[in-house]
Design a protein around this ligand. Structure first.
Ligand SMILES: [Zn+2]
Ligand SMILES: [Zn+2]
Length: 168
């Protein structure tokens, strides 16, 4: 029972965190924002380094907002399992590191590729597509957020265009 609660809290943290991060931060950032595109989609990717080098402290807020969705649900998920929350946060961080290893030195174990395929988990190859073409392959952890995120992107771009034409 404790194991089930632990797993439930961890999975919910990843699912809800990625959902809010994708639809509430990542896609809107590509339409209305500046620093995600400028910093995260550059080869260095560090918001802290960018903020210091370019004297742009606002970039730090952007970096924080990218991670914030994973913390939003902690008070509720904590009631299910505090250890599950810890596990979810560790897995989220490990996935950030892994999905940005675009050119691995060793081939990936087959079981890991199969697991990603079965659970629709974003692989480094898929995330590289997003880094190369920012209109595609959304869903930092879960690939099934990708298509609805593209529709959301189109809708927000349309909204921005309409707003601009009204304001002119
Ligand atoms: Zn990335
Ligand atoms: Zn992006």
């Amino acid at each position: 029972m404790a194991g089930t609660r632990l797993l439930l809290a961890a999975v919910l943290l990843l699912l809800l965190g990625d959902f809010v991060a994708t639809f509430g931060y990542h896609v809107p950032e590509h339409v209305f924002g500046k620093f995600h595109n400028l910093v995260h989609h550059s080869p260095k990717r560090s918001f802290v380094r960018y903020a210091i080098k370019n004297r742009q402290p606002l970039a730090l807020i952007d970096g924080f907002l990218g991670a914030f969705p994973y913390f939003v649900f902690i008070p509720w998920l904590w009631l299910i399992s505090p250890w599950g929350v810890g596990l979810g946060l560790v897995l989220a961080e490990l996935h950030v590191i892994w999905r940005h290893r675009f050119w691995p030195t060793k081939p990936r174990p087959i079981w890991l590729s199969q697991l990603c395929q079965v659970l629709y988990i974003t692989t480094p190859e898929r995330h590289l597509i997003h880094h190369q073409c920012a209109n595609q392959a959304f869903g930092d952890i879960f690939a099934f957020y990708g298509k609805p995120a593209e529709w959301w992107l189109k809708y927000l771009r349309l909204l921005k265009k309409r707003y601009r034409s009204v304001c002119r």
